[in-house]
Design a protein around this ligand. Structure first.
Ligand code: ZN
Length: 132
């Protein structure tokens, strides 16, 4: 079963934590051991694992990524969102998380974040659980 979540994003660039929603989706499958894939089917939004305890980490990440890949500059793509496409490729569109006892196995500080680079808008997140 493929579970589809809709995640609203709040700003043009934002890391929206989705850990609890993914965990709930995993529990709904009844799978106790396996792997969970979190897939974002967009070209200007991705997904990442990073620290969920201190919001300063996500702010630093977004701010410094904007310095690395500035929105303004020479871009051939005419939509005005080339930086978002580049950032999405840097972040990637999927992560895998182990499942044990029907729960996500994450590090102490780890959370799952939808990585928005051209919002705000509703985004789709796919959750695929493989038992085993
Ligand atoms: Zn574009």
């Amino acid at each position: 079963m493929l579970i589809r979540l809709t995640v609203p994003t709040r700003r043009r660039e934002a890391l929206e934590e989705i850990t609890d929603r993914v965990a709930q989706a995993v529990r709904s499958t009844g799978v106790s051991e396996g792997v969970c894939f979190v897939i974002v089917p967009h070209t200007t939004a991705g997904v990442t694992l990073n620290e969920a305890a201190d919001p300063a980490v996500t702010a630093d990440t977004i701010n410094h990524l904007a310095e690395m890949v500035p929105r303004e500059g020479f871009w051939i793509h005419a939509e005005g969102n080339s930086d978002a496409h580049v950032k999405t490729s840097l972040y990637g569109n999927s992560v895998a998380v182990a499942i044990e006892a029907s729960e996500l196995v994450l590090g102490t500080w780890q959370g799952i974040f939808l990585s928005e680079f051209d919002g705000p808008r509703p985004r789709t997140v796919l959750v695929k659980v493989i038992a085993g």
